[in-house]
Write a protein that binds this ligand. Structure first.
Ligand code: F6P
Length: 559
């Protein structure tokens, strides 16, 4: 007999929740209220809608909200069963209902003395055992004790993985580069496009290179293709199968496949099916991060995650950073009809943070059915995007300021820079404050006219303002702060998913393309013209590719 997973009990559909209905009425009243007016009416607004928690200062005063908005959003959280869902996640319940899995990335950063049970077993000791194994290995590599096949020390580490097995490691490496061992090179190969591998290895010596093959399933096409290419590349230079043991380690949940690939299970670092790929950067998937920054800094990052977890789990919702951020995202997504959220870190080291958040947020909340399979009648996950400041200001901010779309923005900045150079940091931070100010308050036609602008130019130079933003500030970018920031978004995503009653932890939407690609591969590679049974467009594209794919080789031959 098939057991159909039982999702949240006792939660009525979103549109029927009283707080939702009240929010609709409230929205009708406040939708045109301008931030200019709200700030003018309440001189204390900045203090009112800002607070500090776990070392992050969160200013959400430049949002199109009133006390009543916040009160109703908090009511919505309560009526959506958020408290019970948080407790269910932290206690190891199988809240990923479609995959029948617990969702326990929070266990990855639990302290040794905590106990988190999955099917009657405390998983925290296993987490710490893997952390200790990673620590031992990272120390050996960093100190040069771990030698390659020819006896040389490892100078280069290449993480091969994709999605959650890549974006977390590469984002964390870039974010924490300041703390990294600078006499080592770290690279990340993800794309099945051979260029990725070729460029990552072209200037490296195989005898000094360690590959970390990171894949939860150890079956992902891109990763396994790159891993096989890496093995050939290494063996071509090192000439001995035995070299694999010194130059390849694996991070996976799948011991059988790791063995099949030829990696010694002694060089395998485990994680568990209750860690989602996009929630795994603090598991063994973070091995490259730990080698780069060292075990102590890695544990500091985990402490940051844990601090945010505890805040999310215990703080009252009206002073709960992830809850408020999540509710604000719902407010714009479902009431103002915003389609996207821009994440704008004013910190060069966070240049991959928006890309990382794209998978975290969009693979989590890009769903169109509720936990029990009912088609939703409302918008779910917004599109996340962004670039580090100030670069974005000179490209896409124009649209945010004067375009027709309402794009809520998250600004992330730091009081102190890691690279103090003249007045660079003051210039950088002045732009955070200026952009948030300009977005909120704009510039009226009267103000533009007063500057002597001719009438015909006034509309072009007017900024309507009323564009909402959050400003998140921390002391400086440290491993701990990074952990807090990532956990903040993880839990904000969870809060949003809870309101929408969707499964934020599965990702069925990535399957169809994978299956179709598997069918097309032999059609591209067949020596005889294959009989194609796709639609006419796909058939024509395949035929054209088959006819022209030898072009480069022909050009080379002819040239
Ligand atoms: O793209 C889908 C996905 O399953 C992601 O969720 C995951 O992070 C990625 O593929 C990589 O999967 P794996 O770690 O199993 O190779």
């Amino acid at each position: 007999m098939i057991t159909i997973p039982q999702p949240q009990t006792g939660i009525i559909p979103l549109y029927e929740r009283p707080a939702w209905k009240a929010l609709q009425q409230h929205y009708a009243k406040v939708q045109n209220a301008h931030l200019r007016q709200m700030f003018a009416e309440d001189p204390q607004r900045a203090e009112h809608f800002a607070f500090e928690a776990v070392g992050l200062y969160f200013d959400y005063s430049k949002n199109r909200i009133t006390d009543e908005t916040v009160r109703l959003l908090l009511e919505l959280a309560n009526q959506s069963g958020l408290r019970a869902r948080i407790d269910a996640m932290f206690s190891g319940e199988k809240i990923n209902v479609t995959e029948k899995r617990a969702v326990l990335h929070v266990a990855l950063r639990a302290t040794k003395d905590e106990s988190i049970m999955v099917e009657g077993k405390n998983v925290v000791p296993e987490v710490h055992a893997v952390l200790d194994q990673m620590t031992g290995f990272a120390n050996q590599v960093r100190s040069g004790q771990w030698r390659g096949h020819t006896g040389k020390r490892v100078r280069n580490v290449i993480n091969i993985g994709i999605g959650g097995s890549d974006l977390g490691p590469v984002m964390a490496y870039e974010a924490l580069k300041y703390y990294s061992q600078r006499d080592m090179t770290f690279r990340f190969v993800s794309n099945v496009d051979g260029t990725d591998f070729a460029e990552a290895t072209r200037d490296l010596s195989a005898d000094e290179t360690l590959f970390i093959v990171s894949s939860k399933t150890f079956t992902t096409l891109e990763t396994m293709t790159n891993a096989r290419t890496a093995r050939k590349w290494a063996l071509r230079a090192l000439g001995d199968e035995k070299a694999v043991a010194r130059h390849f380690v694996a991070v996976s949940t799948n011991t059988a496949e790791v063995k099949k690939f030829g990696i010694d299970p002694a060089n395998m670092f485990q994680f568990w099916d209750w860690v989602g790929g996009r929630y795994s950067m603090d598991s063994a998937i973070g091995l490259s991060t730990m080698i780069a920054i060292g075990p102590d800094q890695f544990r500091a990052m985990l402490a940051g995650f844990h601090a945010m977890d505890e805040h999310f789990r215990t703080a009252a919702f009206d002073r709960n950073l992830p809850v408020l951020m999540g509710l604000l995202a719902v407010w714009y997504n479902n009431f103002f009809g915003s389609q996207t959220i821009a994440v704008l870190p004013y910190e060069q080291y966070l240049k991959r943070f928006p890309a990382y958040l794209q998978q975290l947020t969009m693979e989590s909340n890009g769903k169109r059915v509720t936990l029990d399979g009912t088609r939703v009648e409302y918008q779910t996950g917004p599109i996340f995007w962004g670039e580090p400041g100030t670069n974005g200001q000179h490209s896409f901010y124009q649209l945010i300021h004067q375009g027709t779309k309402l794009t809520p923005c998250d600004f992330v900045g730091f009081f102190q820079t890691l690279n103090s150079l003249g007045d660079h940091h003051d210039l950088l931070m002045s732009n955070v404050f200026a952009q948030a100010e300009a977005l909120a308050f704009g510039k009226t036609p009267e103000e533009v006219r007063e500057e002597g602008t001719p009438d015909w130019l006034v509309p072009h130079r007017t900024f309507e303002g009323n564009h909402p933003s959050n400003v998140i500030l921390a002391e400086r970018l440290t491993p701990e702060t990074l952990g807090k920031l990532v956990a903040l978004y993880e839990h904000s995503v969870f809060t949003q998913g809870t309101i929408w009653q969707i499964d934020s932890f599965d990702q069925w939407g990535v399957e169809l393309g994978k299956v179709l690609a598997q069918r097309i591969i032999p059609e591209l590679e067949a020596t005889e013209e294959p009989s194609l049974k796709h639609d006419s467009s796909t058939n024509a594209l395949i035929r054209r590719y088959r006819n022209l794919k030898g072009g480069a080789a022909r050009m080379k031959k002819n040239g």
